[in-house]
Ligand binder design. Structure first.
Ligand code: TMP
Length: 257
């Protein structure tokens, strides 16, 4: 195989140079981290599942006219994406109380929120990705007021779309984190959805039982993470389970075009 230039290695993904100057290749690793990488493990099959789940979501968003960095899936672990300049924000949407908002405001996990809430964190591992306000974002120039308006509008659409996608398969979208980037095209620049949307970056609970199908399985030692992610993939129609046959011990991915 032709050697490719590795541009960046993060906790769960590697970025390689793409075939053109305005594209990159993202590789989904099996590494899992939590609590700002204080807890680490390698979980066989996680990267393959995240690649497929994120592909399905980003392709559907592209089809809806919501611009994303996703171009196409290349193989089991890799996608071709548009090159962007990442905006240093983690945009978090909460539909139900869980995780850090419970700690911060003394809420009970699973409590309904008065309405869906958008939060911003400044992406900086050394600072522990602190929670910030819109004022910080525009004052420090991390995004312009127009970019922030675009980010909020797209985030609201993404939440509506994802909530519907998951509720149709009996999954409650509790919360999720997304990232945006600037795509440059000559003199033009626009903000598009980047990174990934997968059970690594969402809280996904069974609507009937509240069973967790997301990274909280790893964070809180709740069981088999690949089984949780596979359940999400099965319900979204990505993982096939032959009728009447026993569950395969390893995920079998459905071939797509
Ligand atoms: P939190 O409750 O820990 O703030 O997380 C909210 C949601 O955002 C949850 O679905 C996990 C996701 N998330 C990430 O994907 N990466 C992060 O670095 C953080 C802080 C949250």
């Amino acid at each position: 195989m032709k050697s490719r230039k590795r541009l960046y290695e993060g906790k769960a993904k590697i970025l390689y140079e793409g075939p053109d100057s305005d594209t990159l290749i993202v590789h989904f690793k099996d590494d899992a981290t939590a609590y700002n990488a204080q807890k680490k493990a390698v979980i066989d099959g996680k990267g393959v599942l995240n690649n497929r789940i994120s592909e399905l979501i980003f392709q559907r968003l592209n089809d809806l006219g919501l611009p994303t960095h996703f171009i196409k899936r290349l193989n089991m672990r890799e996608q071709l994406i548009h090159k962007v300049e990442i905006i240093p924000l983690e945009v978090i949407v909460r539909n139900v109380a869980a995780g850090s908002i419970c700690k911060m405001l003394g809420l009970t996990e699973g409590e309904a929120l008065p309405r869906s809430i958008i939060e911003f964190c400044y992406k900086d591992d050394k600072l522990g990705d602190p929670l910030i306000s819109e004022e910080h974002i525009t004052a420090f120039g991390w995004a312009s007021p127009q970019e922030l308006d675009d980010i909020i509008a797209m985030t609201t659409r993404i939440n509506d779309f994802l909530s519907g996608l998951f509720s149709a398969v009996g999954i409650r979208l509790v919360d999720f984190k997304i990232e945006f980037g600037r795509q440059y095209d000559g003199d033009m620049v626009r903000v598009i959805l980047a990174d990934e949307i997968s059970p690594d970056s969402c809280r996904l609970w069974d609507m009937k039982t509240d069973q967790k199908f997301d990274k909280d399985i790893f964070r809180r030692d709740l069981g088999d993470l690949v089984e949780g992610y596979s359940e999400v993939a099965r319900r979204l129609g990505i993982l096939k389970e032959p009728n009447g046959k026993p569950k395969p011990s390893k995920p079998v991915l459905v071939k797509s075009d």
